[in-house]
Design a protein around this ligand. Structure first.
Ligand SMILES: Nc1ncnc2c1ncn2[C@@H]1O[C@H](COP(=O)(O)OP(=O)(O)OP(=O)(O)O)[C@@H](O)[C@H]1O
Ligand SMILES: [Mg+2]
Length: 318
């Protein structure tokens, strides 16, 4: 069985009157790049702080690797919550030697982590001469030093220029490809789309959505379609020049069309082939729009509770 890397259940945290984390439950599985997405103040950093044992929860539970949190499990987690403090006059190598000493890790990994984050050529230069992006990459190197199973990153591209952002995102993807599980907080939908495999959306401390990035955030519309003879229907749809994919679901086929071709064109083609459909509806991926609104809305209360939020807009043509 696939034991979750992280399991959070009914977590709560208050800061005075602010309910910073409100009944949060979620699960991160091995190998996922899991994004915690939400506007400023939605409780992302607080959540990461709790699961890293630096902020005290009010109630609820979390488990790492299927076990209650312990010093042992903490060793398997590398985290960057805030930009860590490095000594400005020391080089990357010397700074990492200090980190290695503190963490009780062998110095032999320093070179390899500096290669991973592409700082190897500058490794003897003083930290203070580094660009912001390089400083962030050194922070990632430092978190990688103990070869953790999980990496936690809080807004890893904050404050960087476009090139720095692209480099960090590429680095995260590369680290994930090495088999590490990554949990990252971000207020950028586009970051989550580019980097994550799965994500959860927080708003005012509450979970309002959780799922795979592919399912929720691939921008194209799909068409649900059914006819008396489903096999013939499927065969015929595959012959339509604009069909990208056809997937059987319970009572209909789900069709993705190329270039956002409309379902009307598909229907016309089917009629020409002598097929009368009994059901045809186009599903618009409005989720992405809703996330963007939430992320832009910040403190307003644009959307209400859980499930009305994830209802997708459906338009029926036949
Ligand atoms: N130490 C603290 N004392 C009081 N309130 C706090 C404290 N830390 C966080 N909060 C409040 O808890 C809420 C959640 O904050 P948190 O930092 O977790 O949000 P966030 O999603 O990480 O936001 P951002 O995108 O700005 O980093 C906010 O209303 C914040 O003001
Ligand atoms: Mg934060």
């Amino acid at each position: 069985m696939n034991t979750p890397i992280l399991h959070i259940q009914n977590l709560h945290k208050h800061f005075g009157k602010v309910h910073a984390v409100n009944d949060l439950s979620l699960e991160v599985l091995p190998g996922q790049v899991f994004g915690i997405l939400g506007p400023n103040g939605s409780g992302k950093t607080t959540t990461l702080g709790i699961i890293l044992d630096v902020i005290k929860k009010k109630s609820g539970e979390y488990r790492w690797f299927g076990e209650p949190p312990s010093a042992e499990s903490r060793k398997k987690i590398g985290a960057i919550l805030e930009t860590p403090v490095f000594y400005p006059y020391l080089s990357a190598v010397d700074n990492l030697k200090i980190v290695a000493l503190i963490k009780g890790v062998d110095e032999s990994r320093i070179d390899s982590v500096l290669k991973t984050v592409d700082l190897h050529e500058r490794k003897f230069d003083a930290f203070k001469t580094y660009s912001l992006g390089m400083k962030q990459r050194l922070a990632i190197a430092s978190a990688l030093l103990a070869d953790p199973e999980v990496m936690i990153l809080d807004e890893p591209t904050n404050g960087l220029d476009p090139q720095g952002i692209a480099e960090i995102r590429q680095l995260i993807i590369q680290i994930a490809q090495q088999g590490k599980t990554i949990i990252l907080a971000s207020h950028l939908l586009d970051e989550v789309q580019k980097v994550c495999s799965h994500f959860a959306v927080l708003k005012k401390g509450k979970l309002i959505y959780s799922g795979s990035v592919d399912e929720a955030l691939t921008g194209t519309d799909t068409v649900e379609i059914a006819a008396d003879d489903m096999d013939l229907l499927e065969e015929t749809i595959k012959q339509f020049a604009y069909t990208q994919s056809v997937r059987p679901e319970k009572q209909f086929l789900r069709v993705r069309l190329k270039n956002n071709q409309s379902s009307i064109d598909l229907n016309r083609f089917l009629v020409e082939q002598g097929i009368v459909v009994s059901h045809l509806s186009q599903r618009t991926n409005s989720l992405e729009q809703q996330f963007l609104q939430i992320l832009a809305a910040d403190s307003s209360s644009a959307t209400s509770g859980n499930h009305s939020f994830i209802d997708q807009k459906t338009t029926t043509h036949a």
